[in-house]
Design a protein around this ligand. Structure first.
Ligand code: ZN
Length: 298
């Protein structure tokens, strides 16, 4: 049995179990200060008195994931007040005396989709989420990609839609994907939440979202050559959006790549999540399972 912890901006999901259909306890804890939040997570885990082998943490970033770094396992410079320099791995290792696996929320979701969801049977998978932010995790040969820091796919520069007058909402970039296509931008673009749009506004929103998201899908296709791309997150539920992204991606690729999977409608290439909104917490459990053979402290 493992503990999975999925930290988010407003809440932390904590589960005890071993995978889909094998979760024996789960709770949600409000995200407040790091100290209070982590204490409450660990107190709940202790109270469950389960036989735990490891802890997996799927967290918002940025994270230090370099095992040889003196600050490995910490959140680094997040804009979330008080959370910069929070030692996630150190906390759970010291408090519970167990091995701890840590990765970004999107890499964890990609891992879960790879192991149990829409990416089973594929070695190379990309998971994209479009919600309050835009992020992407990559699995290459079955393992999450880290490199220098970790992927931050939401910040890729994009070519602006000719009809788009929105200034963009990223504090760093004028024309990046997240700034032009994440949920909060949709909200300010139309003055209402994306899921309440209808008629011409919905039609235009889907066209704009597909215009932008297909640029990331195309870039990822050229750079990483994944076997499948999973498109999730709240905004991905807009009616017909996934089909629109498939159409726009096909137009952008323009037949440049020869693969049966990239021919036709792309409905085996760009797919909705197999695990719905459970990919993050299940990914945390997968990180724990993968950490069991590690030492308690890296
Ligand atoms: Zn940006």
């Amino acid at each position: 049995m493992y503990v999975g912890v999925e930290t988010g901006g407003t809440k932390v999901v904590v589960a005890i179990g071993a995978g889909p259909g094998k979760i024996v306890a789960e709770t949600r804890i409000a995200t407040t200060t790091p100290r209070e939040t982590l204490h409450r997570v660990s107190d709940w885990v202790d109270a469950e008195q389960a036989d735990i082998q490891a802890v997996g943490v799927a967290s918002f970033g940025p994270l230090d994931l370099r095992p040889d770094s003196p600050t490995y396992g910490r959140i680094t410079t997040t804009p979330k007040p008080g959370w910069s320099d929070t030692d996630l791995v150190g906390w759970f290792a010291d408090r519970h005396g167990l091995p701890v696996g840590l990765d970004t929320d999107v890499n964890a979701a990609a891992l879960a989709e790879h192991r149990w969801g829409a990416g089973t049977g594929e070695d190379d998978l990309v998971y994209l989420t479009v919600g309050t932010g835009i992020g992407g995790g990559a699995i290459v040969r079955g393992r999450p990609v880290h490199g220098l820091i970790h992927t931050e796919m939401g910040h890729v520069p994009v070519l602006r839609h000719p009809d788009d007058r929105h200034p963009g909402s990223c504090p760093f970039h004028a024309d990046c994907l997240e700034g032009l296509a994440a949920g909060p931008t949709l909200q300010t673009r139309y003055g209402r939440p994306a899921q309440t749009l209808g008629g011409d506004q919905l039609h235009q929103a889907v066209e704009l979202e597909a215009w932008y998201l297909a640029q990331l899908v195309t870039t990822v296709t050229y750079l990483l050559s994944p076997e499948r791309i999973v498109l999730g997150g709240g905004v991905s539920h807009l009616p017909d959006l996934i089909d629109a992204v498939r159409d726009r991606t096909r137009a952008l690729l323009a037949g440049a790549l020869a693969s049966p999977r990239l021919a036709g409608t792309l409905d085996e290439y760009i797919v909705p999540p197999g695990l719905g909104d459970r990919a993050g917490i299940l990914g945390a459990l997968a990180l724990a399972a993968d950490a069991t053979h590690r030492s308690t402290r890296p």
